[in-house]
Design a protein around this ligand. Structure first.
Ligand code: CO
Length: 211
């Protein structure tokens, strides 16, 4: 009997054949290097693959994913990806893409103890508490959860603007940070219009001097 993971290897073999049929030089070209225009910070959720939902291809998007698309200032994994993308790949856009129906956001809105992942989601809980007046006015739990997903994205975009890497880039060139939400129900991406493109949009206390 075929093991489930063998399907992935076979899928890869078919994919290679298909690619080569369309473009014999495909892998030769890709292997020379990457010049992606976008950095994508998304959720690890298996239903939100960056390339697939944006109709883009290998080489176009540099990707970092974690549970609930967090930008946490002590996360050296995310920060390394950000620094590399901004300083070495010179991406023009950083996109934080959350998604409705996010299990991470749901867990953060609940009081159940969920172990280590709960610690990871502690910042999302803070977003809930900081916006409790607006959120608890919303009687429909589905709408409240959707709003939390959006607030979470807005917060992560704000967190990106607070980083030295982004601020350093702004001194020299154009760089935009966007906040988007993906809907699992209809496959569409919504732009939350919380874009940052220069330091003047950021509260003075977060602006680094001497960069
Ligand atoms: Co999620």
């Amino acid at each position: 009997m075929q093991k489930s993971y063998e399907r992935l290897i076979q899928g890869n073999e078919k994919w290679v054949k298909d690619k080569l049929k369309l473009e014999p030089d495909y892998f030769k070209k890709l292997s020379k290097g990457q010049t992606p225009e976008f950095l994508w910070i998304g959720c690890s959720d298996s239903r939100v693959p960056a390339n697939e939902i944006t109709g883009s291809h290998s080489g176009e998007i540099f990707v970092h994913r974690n549970i609930a698309n967090q930008v946490i200032h002590s996360d050296t994994n995310m920060l390394s990806v950000l620094q590399y993308a901004v300083e070495y790949l010179h991406v023009k856009h950083v996109i934080v893409c959350g998604h409705y129906g996010c299990g991470g956001v749901k867990a953060a809105m609940d009081t159940d103890h969920v172990g280590l992942v709960g610690r990871w989601l502690a910042h999302v809980k803070d977003i809930y508490q900081n916006n409790i007046d607006v959120l608890e006015l919303m009687k429909d739990p589905v709408e409240r959860e959707k709003r939390m997903v959006e607030l979470n994205v807005v917060e992560q975009v704000h967190n990106l603007a607070k980083t030295s890497f982004v601020q350093k880039a702004w001194k020299k060139r154009a760089l935009e940070i966007h906040g988007w939400v993906y809907s699992l129900e209809n496959g569409k991406i919504i732009d939350l219009n919380c874009k940052y493109s220069n330091i003047d949009q950021l509260e003075p206390i977060y602006r680094f001097s001497g960069l």
